[in-house]
Design a protein around this ligand. Structure first.
Ligand code: DX5
Ligand code: ZN
Length: 220
């Protein structure tokens, strides 16, 4: 048995968005730990998705923490909007911002948890100057922009690299993994050091979503 509790964040992008309320009830019944909201700008990634109004409306109908993944260029311009809309956790991309240190502090000063993410082609070494101020690192294991993609095996290695760094430096950041997560692979991700797993298609497309969440969490 694992001692630490693995958390699951359900990515609402994979739900039937014509009935968001029903999707949220499914998340709650399935005992996920957070709702992952993939904000895409059509520049940093090819697709357009949700904005801060969507987040504010979700907050009115669920008590689950909101895990806002900003896949947008220059996210510093929008942090206040997402804080005001009630974001509990905000992730920005290392590749999308210049003054990353300042943006991460603005998230924390606004009362949210601050995360940094890297796409599969960005090495862990790129995080060296901010790793001590983040609450979590979100390792992208697919190229961001779409749900339902296959996990990129080489990106998985970065979970282990981050785990080594946090132990060596005695840092408190958590490791989140996003992209292609399912119960088939979660055991490996957890063994490498993942604390939270994001899931869209494996959860929402499962015959038994509640069971899939339990299986992803248990890593068996
Ligand atoms: C990809 C998004 C992911 C995505 C995960 O750009 O950041 O959060 O929704 O979807 P699955 O779990 O289907 O790979
Ligand atoms: Zn995401």
């Amino acid at each position: 048995m694992l001692e630490r509790k693995i958390q699951i964040s359900a990515s609402i992008l994979g739900a039937n968005l014509s009935n968001v309320e029903k999707a949220l009830r499914l998340c709650e019944e399935s005992q996920v730990d957070a709702i992952h909201i993939d904000v895409m700008d059509g520049h940093f990634v090819p697709q357009l998705t949700f904005g801060n109004k969507f987040l504010a409306d979700l907050k009115k109908i669920t008590k689950l923490p909101t895990d806002v993944h900003l896949m947008i260029n220059n996210p510093d311009r929008f942090i206040n909007d997402y804080l005001k809309a009630g974001a509990d956790w905000i992730t920005i991309h290392m590749e999308a911002d210049t003054h990353v240190n300042r943006t991460l502090h603005s998230i924390k000063d606004g009362g949210a948890r601050a995360g940094i993410s890297i796409v599969p082609s960005t090495p862990v070494a790129a995080l060296s100057e901010v790793i001590d101020i983040v609450d979590f690192v979100l390792v992208m294991t697919v190229n961001p922009g779409f749900y339902g993609q296959k996990i990129i095996p080489s990106a998985i290695r970065k979970i282990g690299e981050l785990d080594v760094i946090r132990k060596a430096k005695n840092l408190p950041f958590e490791i989140f993994v996003d992209g292609g997560v399912s119960s088939k692979i979660s055991g490996e991700l957890i063994r490498l050091g993942a604390d939270l797993l994001v899931t869209a298609s494996a959860f929402f497309n499962a015959d038994d979503p509640k069971k899939e969440v339990a299986l992803i969490r248990s890593g068996t």
